[in-house]
Design a protein around this ligand. Structure first.
Ligand code: JFZ
Length: 468
């Protein structure tokens, strides 16, 4: 057993003993490599309070890809069913007559979403119970939704629409008191040849792998200046970056990522940064994989980004809409485990939300209207997760509330909150304020659902406890 292993074993098993023992010095090493994240972590870290209180946000994918909506020349793209990937999909050598660069760029002349109404979008988010809004300022295709001075490949300079979409949305968010943030594709930018490093791309004459020197040009001439432009011009509350897999490390080095994080921190110290930037260090909250809902509590701020159907960008052929009941449970699941959720809408090429999306948002909003108080500003409970549902907790002025979300409640049934030993002073159904009978038993807090329950998907019961 090496000294290092020995020390690790001691640290795990015998922390007290270790504390009283001199450490065994390890063998001489070469000077440790400079750690670029250390400097980033030494910067003042913003408070995440508003974010962890907010729980629920809207994500929007909108851009040139919203026009074809996943279909071009009567063909659906191949690699995945994400409509915002249509340019990349069809640029493959396997699709030589597909959506090549000139064909994709012909969408510029068509981009004219005359039905776009920032006020209507944000009103829909507000009514759904969402507290923040994040839009694709630039997706992988490299096309910017604002009047960028850095690159003309943008909505104002290159399309007949000529309106600054981000500015209109920012103003609407202010009006409705919704926090405002940007998705920005920092890793991939197919406009300037920063493609994903899949093995097969090597064969592609158009999207060939950049060298580090070429990537540096992209990084310093487009990525960082555009992020700075967005910080200066829009003062966002969140920057949501996107990268995944080990392949990202080739270009998203600790040096480059630290540079990007530092730029944001120095510009607006309270702007939050998500983990998909490519590191868990020096950032403010972790991002799960797409539609990934973890089964356990996570003890730092985190979020799942999820879709109402499958694609992020508008798709003409994606009808895999999830029921509102399932969407609501996914939100309660995450919140009970200490996390957030942002659900995505892919507006059409004309700039409208689809009726199927609106229907779900409004049903979700109606549930939040009644039950939101048991969601917003709560924390995960330290009690074990019940089989019959989920728990959250919240301290208010004069009491501590334990909220029980009962999934598929059976009227009149008896349920137990294991481990809850303190007796409540009051218990009621949140929707109807009907009183709930309870007693403290050896196992925990036993309660009886009313004979008739108001919501067959999730009924919320509130237990009022003495302030802790
Ligand atoms: C990325 C994008 O490629 C996609 O277009 C969309 O914007 C989505 C929100 O993010 O897609 C991903 C990112 C990460 C994983 C999978 C797809 N992942 O970690 O498995």
């Amino acid at each position: 057993m090496s000294h290092r292993h020995l020390r690790q074993g001691l640290r795990l098993a015998l922390p007290c003993l270790l504390a009283s023992m001199p450490l065994i010095p390890s063998a001489a090493h070469a000077a440790p490599k400079a750690d670029p994240y250390a400097a980033v972590e030494a910067l003042p870290q913003p408070s995440t309070k508003w974010f962890t209180d907010a729980k629920f946000g809207m994500f929007v994918h909108f851009g040139l890809y919203s026009i074809p909506g996943g279909v071009w020349d009567g063909r659906k793209m191949g690699r995945n069913d994400y409509a915002e990937w249509i340019r990349y999909q069809l640029d493959w050598p396997q699709n030589p007559d597909g959506m090549t660069r000139p064909v994709y760029d012909s969408l510029l002349k068509q981009f004219n979403p005359v039905k776009f109404d920032a006020d209507a979008w944000i009103r829909e988010a507000k009514n759904a119970g969402m507290k923040y809004f994040i839009i694709t300022s630039k997706h992988h295709d490299g096309f910017a939704l604002w009047d960028s001075k850095v690159s003309d490949y943008n909505v104002v300079k290159a399309t007949p629409f000529r309106r600054d979409i981000l500015r209109e949305l920012r103003d609407a968010c202010k009006k409705y008191d919704i926090k405002f943030g940007f998705y920005y594709s920092h890793w991939l930018d197919w406009d300037v040849g920063a493609p994903p490093p899949w093995p097969e791309i090597k064969e592609d004459p158009v999207l060939k792998q950049p060298t580090q020197a070429e990537y540096d040009v992209y990084w310093h001439k487009k990525c960082l200046p555009q992020v700075k432009e967005l910080m200066d011009g829009y003062a966002p509350d969140i920057f949501w970056f996107d990268s995944w897999g080990n392949a990202r490390k080739k270009f998203l080095t600790p040096e480059r990522l630290s540079e990007l994080i530092t730029l944001i921190r120095k510009n607006k110290p309270d702007c939050l940064i998500n983990g998909r930037i490519g590191t868990d260090r020096g950032i403010d909250y972790l991002s799960m994989g797409d539609n990934e809902f973890p089964k356990n509590k996570i003890h730092r701020p985190w979020e799942t980004n999820a879709t109402l159907n499958h694609s992020w960008g508008f798709s003409k052929i994606d009808f895999k809409w999830k029921p509102a009941t399932q969407i609501l449970r996914s939100i309660v699941d995450n919140v009970s485990r200490g996390g957030n959720v942002q659900y995505n809408v892919g507006p059409t090429g004309e700039g409208e939300f689809q009726p199927a999306a609106i229907r779900r948002l409004r049903e979700i909003g109606a549930w939040f209207e009644v039950n939101g108080d048991a969601v917003y500003g709560t924390t995960a409970s330290s009690l074990p997760e019940p089989k019959w549902g989920r728990l959250t907790e919240k301290t208010v002025t004069d009491a501590h509330r334990l909220n029980a979300f009962v999934y598929s409640p059976k009227g009149g049934s008896e349920l137990v909150i294991e481990g809850q030993k303190t007796a409540p002073t009051d218990a009621y159904v949140l929707e109807t304020h009907e009183k709930v009978k309870f007693s403290v038993t050896e196992n925990g807090l036993k309660f009886t659902l009313p004979k008739w329950v108001p919501d067959e998907n999730i009924t919320t019961i509130v237990f009022v406890l003495p302030k802790q």
